[in-house]
Design a protein around this ligand. Structure first.
Ligand SMILES: Cc1ncc(COP(=O)(O)O)c(C=O)c1O
Length: 465
């Protein structure tokens, strides 16, 4: 990345960045203000692609603001266009929707170039695994590509129950159930099990799918400070009696920050206050525990210590979907009553077979789990040694590089991309503006040479921008 220390007006690159950042923030703020006043002043409106007659909004004739009947005038879309426009003005390549031309694992190919890839969650290289791929292909030969119905009517196949049985065995629970999407698992399960007379306490860094589930449930929502089990205890001390059911939701490994909760403390609290505890293992399964079996084995807990184990099949398990493991009562309940399961198609056979095979492969190739841990530790140590702000990361597959503002994150991601490294920038609203970052997802497939090259490149790119 060429260092443009000063431009033709003698303004330093850093100052220029700050000015652009401030102007962008001002525009977003004024946009939000205008929209919340719902006046949509024309002077602040972006030129959109409404010159295409097909997209043009009808002229307002009865005093209804355009934002109420035109997609192109909707606040969120206007903000998106401000971001795009700013990116174009800064000549930054759009970091989103890059097309990967093959496997997105430790390496990937984009625009014909092979890059070291830190943007996918194939932690144990299962999506690239021959046995996993063969299992998926055989399932297609036997059952086709889709079960074409909800499982309760005509969509059940042996591979569904085999997968659920394998998950229940790993979690040491009575049963498990798989859903067709990880996100929809949280939405549907939380949305169905809880209601307006209940309280849901969640970590402030919890995933969007949990928040959407809470919204659907109509329960009272109370975020608590990240990993702060003492705060949860205090809140429940004061408020437990005001609610019927109470659910505490945490993640096994936080996907933005790469740290883990003190799970035994949360178990104590849930017992003390008679609540439910749910752990989302989307990123901890495959990563924590000697066999990769997640945070339960990391802390040596029993399956029944947690009421709702949730996980995603799209990360370590090389498929697509989500799962819940727990008691028979919980699983039966969801099987017959949760709308996202009952009224949705059963999991596609090749996906169920791929995840089942990945579970089996985890037993056969334990060296991959060791390698993933070694790679993660190595990356974190080296990043810290060059002065990178890695936030709370514990060196467990997820390592943020905190830049502190969006522009720096996008610039750094772009600079690394030019040098053959694919890593995604993350910024507001996914994280607060001051903690905008790059997020490195490690894989057991990364080599030490790739890690060393990435750290060296990161160091020079950070100095240059
Ligand atoms: C913590 C967490 N929960 C749930 C999900 C949703 O899972 P999926 O992407 O498989 O739908 C994600 C997705 O990244 C996640 O990070």
């Amino acid at each position: 990345m060429p260092s443009d220390a000063s431009n033709s007006f003698g303004i330093s690159a850093q100052l220029k960045n700050k000015l652009i950042q401030k102007s962008l923030q001002r525009r977003l703020k004024s946009q939000t203000q205008n929209l919340s006043d719902h006046g949509m002043h024309a002077s602040h409106r972006l030129p959109s692609h409404d010159h295409d007659p097909a997209w043009r909004s009808p002229a307002p004739s009865i005093g209804i603001p355009a934002a109420y009947y035109s997609f192109s005038e909707m606040p969120a879309y206007q903000q998106l266009r401000i971001m795009h426009e700013s990116g174009m003005r800064l000549k930054l390549a759009n970091p989103f929707f890059k097309v990967h031309e093959g496997l997105g694992s430790g390496e990937t190919v984009i625009n014909g170039r092979t890059l070291i890839n830190f943007a996918c969650y194939d932690y144990l290289g299962m999506s690239a695994d021959h046995c996993v791929q063969t299992a998926a292909k055989s399932a297609i030969d036997r059952y086709g590509t889709s079960v074409s119905a909800s499982r309760i009517v005509a969509g059940e196949r042996p591979v569904h129950r085999e997968l659920e049985g394998a998950l229940a065995a790993i979690y040491d629970t009575e049963d498990a159930i798989v859903f067709v999407s990880g996100h929809a698992t949280n939405v549907s399960v939380i949305g169905h099990l809880f209601g307006p007379r209940d309280l849901i306490l969640h970590d402030e860094f919890i995933h969007n799918s949990v928040l959407m589930g809470i919204k659907l449930s109509g329960a009272q929502r109370l975020p608590f400070s990240h990993n702060d089990w003492q705060e949860v205890d205090q809140v429940l001390q004061r408020q437990r009696q005001q609610f019927e059911r109470v659910l505490i939701v945490i993640e096994g490994l936080y996907s933005m920050d790469g740290d883990i909760p003190d799970l035994p403390r949360f178990v104590d609290i849930k017992r003390k206050h008679c609540t439910f505890l749910m752990v989302d293992e989307a990123h901890s399964f495959g990563v924590l525990g000697e066999e990769g079996h997640g945070i339960r084995t990391h802390y040596g807990l029993n399956g029944s210590d947690i009421d709702i184990w949730m996980g995603s099949l799209s990360k370590t398990l090389a498929g697509c979907g989500g799962y819940i493991a727990g008691s028979t009562a919980l699983v039966e309940h969801l099987k017959f009553l949760a709308p996202g399961f009952l009224y949705s198609v059963g999991m596609a056979p090749p996906l169920a077979a791929a995840s089942l095979a990945a579970l089996q492969r985890m037993k056969e190739v334990p060296e991959r789990i060791v390698r993933l841990k070694k790679n993660s530790r190595s990356f974190l140590e080296r990043a810290k040694a060059i002065g990178v702000n890695t936030g709370l990361s514990e060196g467990l597959a997820v390592i943020p590089v905190i830049t502190g503002n969006t522009l720096q994150a996008v610039r750094l991601s772009d600079a690394l991309y030019q040098q053959g490294i694919n890593v995604q920038p993350i910024f507001y609203p996914a994280v607060p503006e001051a903690s905008a970052r790059l997020r490195f997802f490690m894989s057991c497939l990364h080599t030490q040479a790739q890690i060393d090259f990435t750290i060296q490149t990161l160091k020079s790119a950070m100095q240059a921008i």
